[in-house]
Design a binder for this molecule. Sequence first.
Ligand code: FES
Length: 157
Amino acid sequence: MSETRKDTQGSPLPSDELLTVSEMVRRTGVAASALRFYEELELIAAVRTAGNQRRYARHMIRRVSLISVAKRLGIPLSDVQDAFADLPRDATPSQEDWQRASGRWKRTLEERRRGIERLEEELMGCIGCGCLSMKACGLLNPDDALAGGGSGPRRLD
Ligand code: FES
């Protein structure tokens, strides 16, 4: 009877599905150091051979690919961790799993786009102004929430 190996989260892994670190690097284009880092963050998991070498289940390729996509989109790894928390550890994420995860990232990107649009509107006002006032300019003094209420002392009203 052959022994079923388990990943670091205890999920079973058939040994014929395991990839070496160099195979993972070649298949994903991600450096071995990055794979170790993703492992530390529990975004991916590996098993150890008798010689203490790391091996990855084949379905971890998909996870690494999703991490690479998230990086390209500027999605923080903490958001990737949130999205992966609901994904199965012992199988390739399904289409529904991926839709759920990417839906969160879409909302993040939409919020970012709205923020850039707000900045663009402020910049357009500044292009026509040029005052560079620390009191009036929202771009130079973005944390001055009271400035939105008009000029002069706002707390004395
Ligand atoms: S430069 Fe005048 S409001 Fe920004």
